[in-house]
Design a protein around this ligand. Sequence first.
Ligand SMILES: C[S@@+](CC[C@H](N)C(=O)[O-])C[C@H]1O[C@@H](n2cnc3c(N)ncnc32)[C@H](O)[C@@H]1O
Length: 395
Amino acid sequence: MNNPAIEEVLSHINNKDTFVRAVFSGRRRNMQVPHERIDIRPVELKNIIKLQMQYSDGRKVTSRNVELDSKEISDLFNQGFSNILVEFTIGSIALRFTKKDELLIHRESGERSQDLSHDRVKSRLLDPSDPFLIEVGISDHKGVIKPSRQDKYKQVEEFLRLLSPTLTSAISAGHIHTPTVSTPLEIVDLGCGHAYLTFAAHQYFKNQGLPVKVTGIDVRPDSRLRNSNIAANLEISSTIEFKAQEIADIPISNVDVVIALHACDTATDDAIAWAVNSNAKLLLIAPCCHHDLQSQIKEAPEPWAMMTKHGLMKERLVDLITDSIRCQILKILGYRVEAIEFIGGEHTPRNLMIRAVKTSAAPDEIDILRYKEMLALWQVQPALASRLTEKLREI
Ligand SMILES: C[S@@+](CC[C@H](N)C(=O)[O-])C[C@H]1O[C@@H](n2cnc3c(N)ncnc32)[C@H](O)[C@@H]1O
């Protein structure tokens, strides 16, 4: 370590009277990190101050408490994180390792207070009494979430919880332009249905002061009518609109963000293909049912038949194969891709999310090879591959 700035950050984390929080994130060039992000904050347990470490791997968050001045904290500085932020009661220090591995230091002053409570309640992103939640029917007229709509509320909120930081990092990394009133952030929700997520994304980013233009697409004309009426009632029709169209028929246009929550079966493939062709910079796609490969795979290659002879296992395996191929196609077309669980299985069994950020990185030969071998092994032609034939031919 032996770097005065790092020593200084470490001493702030170990100062029980002034430490507010620290975040370790990002990855230094040619290094691997054990977690996507680590948050640290002080907590008081039986009159003793400890440090609560929260490890996020994009799929789940685990936490544990460690002692002040423990080796576990000092070791974090050698673990390959590129961004380290510490906040204390009178200021903050941000350390960033550049691509050339130079250390940049940014200091700010400002007052903050410590919160030493142990069980902090996860803050809500959407106020249940927001008029849009009442209009779409998630909350009742008193602004209380209806018991029958709790799962949908949770799905939408957790979706936003992943969308928001991914968007912030994509903007700060320059993958997405900084939105302005004249060039707002363009978000398209494909297979929007009753548009709970569409309205939520619109309201959430608007509340954050981010200029947005949101479009909800669904094949059903009654959805368009209902959603457009709600937008009119909320007086937000200038920044949100709805169209009744098949995803595959929407003209290609330049968009920033494409979201799709449970677009049925191959409508998810239509959504991904449309996003890729529209040069979307960020995709958050939570697939729905998977019938495409289920019907193509009649016989499994050996030794996989030992799994596929059990109907339930075949279904789960083929769902995973479908989503892995979707991820791989995105990867070889220049996206950085993760498959993450976006919500607990108790709220919906369809809780996998494909999160992809366009980096335009050239694909590795091994990734192309794996993709081709997978299709050859299982003798399948996935819907997404058929929709992106031209693009895939170029690689
Ligand atoms: C399961 S619902 C999900 C709705 C919404 N995203 C949500 O999570 O509440 C799927 C929606 O996708 C729409 N859909 C299915 N296939 C479509 C297609 N090819 N083009 C446009 N919309 C489609 C359906 O009409 C339906 O409203």
